[in-house]
Design a protein around this ligand. Sequence first.
Ligand code: IPE
Length: 244
Amino acid sequence: MTTVLKLGGSVITEKDRPETLDGETLAALAAAVAAADVDDLVIVHGGGSFGHHHAAEHGVSTTEGIHDVRGVMDVHGAMTTLNRFVLSRLHAEDVPAVPVHPFSTAKRDADGELTLMTEQVATMVDEGFVPVLHGDGVVHAGEGVTVLSGDELVTELATALDADRVGLCSTVPGVLDDDDAVIPHIDDFDAVADVLGVSDATDVTGGMAAKVRELLALGSPAYVFGPEAVAGFLAGDDVGTRIG
Ligand code: IPE
């Protein structure tokens, strides 16, 4: 049984201060991962105040690329720094975490199609390791380097590894409705599109709406939940919002 868990960038970093870790939350998450001791686990983390800050400074996004190597290294360098922090907190809890840097293992075609070396990740899992991937820069045909989000890695990995459970640990306790109450279950995008602030269901530009739509397309159930629910998610409980 394979589980893919994303730790949102704004959960593990201080969002408003460039390159600042939320060490306390990260340590608690690492302890929860260690205590759950799930068999086949892949972790992905986002960028938070490490990735987004540099990406904005250099004008690089998921669609707008750059060729300036300093910009590329600023984004990639900040993300590998954050990845080292995440690994060291996991190692402190004896989780056999190993790094996978998507910049070196992925590419995008001119039409935006992503190719990721998922067989390498699967072999790491088979050998008892916990691969830890992260949002990163990715070489993109015709664009130079664009941003690859952790969310996109999650859907790519979940499909390629035939994941049984997918979890997105976010700063909110789930997908929220108009009254900020957690929506327990979403199985139809159109039914929640209004609540998610999407007027045209075919034009999803980002945020929670894009997450929900991508997660609905997966073959496995996905959960969106807050940091306090990680242990429950890893234990197999229904936590936060179940999507699909
Ligand atoms: C962002 O990854 C990666 C970079 C900006 C390089 P994500 O988009 O997955 O990060 P969070 O979780 O939203 O912070």
